[in-house]
Design a protein around this ligand. Structure first.
Ligand code: PAF
Length: 293
């Protein structure tokens, strides 16, 4: 496995791959089973697998965890080696942003996609994501790129960028990987320090599961689809009351139903509904989502 950090080094190995199909798995490192599933999928669909590891400052807000973001590079490289990754691209900030980030050209995704949910609470985040992903696509020239469905809004933004800018990259989504408890895997789970925090973190998947179950039961019973606002409100109150405990505060940031194809908010929990959630467990921000069907 080659570990490279500059475009010139990459160009040299890219030439050797000739007509082979290259799949990229873009990551910020701190790899967990969720990333490993993306890498395995990349391995299945392409001849060559490239993983990028770059904690992208442009997608972090001033109050966010950029300086504390976990960077266990040696561990990440060992995992990539085990999975037969061909190359890991670990550029420095100076390689990706040689002139700094203040006056850099950015990709601004449509406001209709970013004004709500994570975009509302993390201004500029999706501009940072789209910009770095476009840079990675241009530098690494993959034919396929694999992204996790846990970051559902990010996936929408990237798909739309690929369509709008006619990028010659096939975006391949991978379903969210969960612990047996239901907790969606995330690099930020390692910030959950106490048992109470870990228990509270299960609130997100518990709410989403219960919403899904109730919506399905209504359909199976031949009832009209449930009202999204009422159902989400009732179930979240129920779950938060159960999962709260001493030493832990759970603060729901958003909980909403959207059409899974357009991301437009919807008012009933029909077959096309996706439910999105974000919450703070003490200081740790977690996100999750689930399709009703
Ligand atoms: O999902 C992530 O890890 C990041 O947002 C990505 C896509 C690697 C861009 O920095």
């Amino acid at each position: 496995m080659q570990v490279i950090s500059t475009a010139t080094e990459y160009d040299a190995i890219y030439q050797q791959w000739q007509d082979q199909e290259v799949a990229l798995v873009p990551t910020m490192g701190a790899l967990h089973e969720g990333h490993l599933a993306l890498i395995r999928l990349a391995r299945q669909v392409a001849d060559v697998v490239v993983v990028s590891i770059f904690v992208n400052p442009l997608q972090f807000g001033p109050q966010e965890d950029l300086s504390h973001y976990p960077r266990p590079l040696e561990q990440d490289l060992a995992l990539c080696r085990e999975l037969g990754v061909d190359a890991v691209f670990t550029p420095s900030v100076a390689v990706l942003y040689p002139e700094g980030m203040d006056n850099v050209t950015t990709v601004v995704p449509p406001v209709s996609l970013t004004e709500r949910f994570c975009g509302e609470f993390r201004p500029g985040h999706f501009t940072g994501v789209a910009t770095v992903v476009l840079k990675l696509f241009n530098l690494l020239r993959p034919q396929v790129a694999v992204f996790g469905e846990k970051d559902a809004q990010q996936l929408m933004v990237i798909r739309q960028m690929v369509r709008d800018l006619h990028l010659p990259v096939r975006v391949l989504p991978h379903p969210t990987i969960r612990e047996a408890s239901g907790l969606a895997l995330s690099s930020r789970n390692r910030y959950l320090e106490t048992e109470a925090e870990r228990r509270a973190a299960l609130s997100l998947s518990a709410i989403l599961n219960r919403v899904r179950l109730s919506a399905r039961q209504a359909v199976q019973a031949g009832q009209p689809p449930l009202n999204a606002e009422t159902t989400l409100g009732e179930i979240s109150r129920e779950v938060l009351a159960e999962q709260s405990g001493p030493g832990v505060t759970i603060r729901l940031q958003y909980l909403a139903a959207v059409d899974k194809d357009t991301f437009e908010p919807i008012h009933t929990l029909g077959a096309n509904a996706k439910v999105l959630a974000a919450a703070y467990v003490n200081d740790v921000r977690l996100i999750d989502n689930m399709d009703v069907e």
